[in-house]
Design a protein around this ligand. Structure first.
Ligand code: GRF
Length: 205
């Protein structure tokens, strides 16, 4: 049997994507183990979810460090205690230094609530409504130094309705995030694709 892959998940808050990944990993018996969940905020609701699933829930608070570089250094020290094959950003609201990103090159993914390259950054649902787009969605991508710009692994599209508010649109997108993120992670774990020279290379069985 192949060795179990090791996953570390970084969160900052609610952690619903983390929960969707935990649920899929156990229901679908992935050849992977979520070995730690780390938050940069001690108040993140997702920490309790992780603990009650028996997963190490750690806090590395960015406010305890004088600058970004030292926070990232401390964070990667904790992450590396778990020797992850994959680092998952799931609502992790910190901009990362390029040294940190380089250290996890090809093994760190993020989900962003828009159809990248449209609407990188914050307030994506509000901006989608203001732009009047008819379709919106979510993107799973490898993390590269430029924020919300890495090679795209998966996307989900949802319609934007005339009656939408930021909340109704966010909820429609989130439902799809919970579908595509676990699927993208599972495919990575099973070796169905990898990042090679800045591009996604897919492997068929
Ligand atoms: C999600 O919309 C995700 O796309 C974005 O932040 C939100 C996190 O939600 N990066 P949750 O913490 O996974 O519930």
């Amino acid at each position: 049997m192949r060795a179990m892959k090791r996953i570390v998940i970084l969160i900052s808050g609610r952690g619903s994507n983390m929960e969707a990944i935990l649920r899929a990993a156990s229901a679908e018996k992935w050849p992977a183990q979520i070995v730690a969940v780390i938050s940069n905020k001690s108040t993140a609701a997702g920490l309790a979810t992780a603990s009650s699933a028996g997963i190490a829930a750690r806090v590395v608070e960015h406010v305890s460090y004088p600058d970004r570089a030292q926070f990232d250094q401390a964070l990667s020290t904790v992450i590396d205690e778990y020797s992850p094959d994959l680092v998952i950003l799931a609502g992790f609201l910190r901009i990362l230094t390029s040294a940190f990103v380089a250290h996890y090159h090809g093994r760190m993914v993020n989900i962003h609530p828009s159809l990248l390259p449209s609407f990188p950054g914050l307030d994506t649902h509000q901006r989608a409504l203001e732009a009047g787009v008819k379709f919106h969605g979510a993107t799973v991508h490898f993390v590269t130094p430029e924020l919300d710009h890495g090679p795209i692994i998966e996307q989900a599209i949802v319609p934007v309705l005339d009656t939408d508010t930021e909340d109704t649109l966010a909820a429609r997108v989130l439902e799809q995030e919970h579908v595509i993120y676990p699927r993208a992670v599972r495919d990575f774990i099973e070796g169905r694709y990898a990042l090679m020279e800045g591009r996604i290379v897919r492997h068929t069985a």
